[in-house]
Design a protein around this ligand. Structure first.
Ligand SMILES: [Zn+2]
Length: 300
């Protein structure tokens, strides 16, 4: 079993199937949903089969009770409401977030929370033809994907007409468990074709113009902040630098008054005497690594 905790948002067809199949695999599971179980749910959500409809019950209350009866190793916490901005704080209590909601607006809210709180997340979408999992972990966010998608990821889990098949449920469970144990990196898109069961996978680069990333992806690196903005990646070291020394470390760089300019194929770096860095064409990881090298040398 994974010694991890997961916040599951949406306990509909896909969410409830995942909860049931992963029972006992996590240390702690939180479940968000504002719906009451109705008879019409049963066609796509057999998880709720044993529900007693003479006493209306929320999906969350039913799920917590049922999952507790299936296993005693996982601690389940229910949140009987729809996830909103007010719930960003709750994300902090979990290692990762799984979004099984059925519309793009709730996904946008969940994505913003994950980027803001720095939480790894998986976004699951399903239509009649395929299932799509998008993994976020300090990478291109779900909004980066929306900005660059050609349409098919704009759906949630809404358009399915029958309960998720066994193969699909195993696909969801296996991939999410791999992600929980860091075997799948952020920025990964995994597609499962429902007809021929083929799996396709690709990855996505951060969209430097993505408004969610620009707003929230400010990461502390040593004494400064690494920040993705529309002009590139900014880092503030917060003290004056010995540009002559840095010039020696970056072969091909040149000094221009109070700036050091370095460019290499499609990447460039501008460093100011006051300790500000501006990276263009670098990924956040590349920029972070380079800063660590340059700054550690500077303090020697
Ligand atoms: Zn983004």
């Amino acid at each position: 079993m994974e010694n991890k905790s997961i916040l599951v948002i949406g306990a509909g067809a896909v969410g409830s199937a995942f909860l049931e199949s992963s029972a006992g695999l996590f240390k702690k599971v939180g479940i968000f949903d504002g719906d009451i179980v109705t008879k019409s749910n049963l066609i796509t959500q057999p998880f709720y089969n044993e529900c007693d409809f003479s006493n209306p019950i929320s999906k969350v209350a039913f799920a917590v009770k049922k999952l507790n009866s299936l296993n005693s190793v996982t601690e389940y916490t229910g949140y009987e409401r729809y996830f909103t901005e007010k719930d960003f704080e709750t994300m902090k209590e979990y290692d990762l977030v799984a979004d099984f909601t059925d519309n793009v607006n709730s996904r946008k809210v969940i994505n913003e929370g994950c980027v803001k709180e720095g939480k790894a997340a998986v976004f699951a979408s399903l239509n009649e033809k395929e299932a799509l999992l998008y993994f976020y972990n300090n990478s291109a966010c779900f909004n980066c994907l929306l900005r660059n998608s050609i349409g098919h990821v704009k759906e949630g889990c809404e358009s399915i007409l029958s309960a998720p098949e066994k193969d699909l449920v195993s696909f969801l469970k296996e991939n999410i468990m791999e992600f929980a144990s860091n075997k799948i990196t952020g920025g990964r898109i995994v597609l499962f074709n429902l007809a021929n069961k083929r799996v396709l996978s690709s990855s996505l680069k951060q969209d430097t113009e993505c408004e969610v990333c620009v707003k929230h992806t400010a990461k502390k690196v040593e004494d400064g902040f690494l920040q993705v903005c529309s002009s590139g990646i900014k880092f503030s070291y917060g003290k004056r630098l010995d540009l002559e020394k840095l010039r020696g470390m970056l072969s091909g760089s040149r000094l221009y008054e109070e700036y050091l300019i370095f460019s290499q194929s499609n990447k460039s770096l501008l460093v100011s005497l006051d300790g500000d860095f501006l990276f263009t064409g670098y990924t956040k990881e590349e920029a972070g690594k380079l800063i660590t090298v340059l700054v550690s040398q500077d303090s020697k």
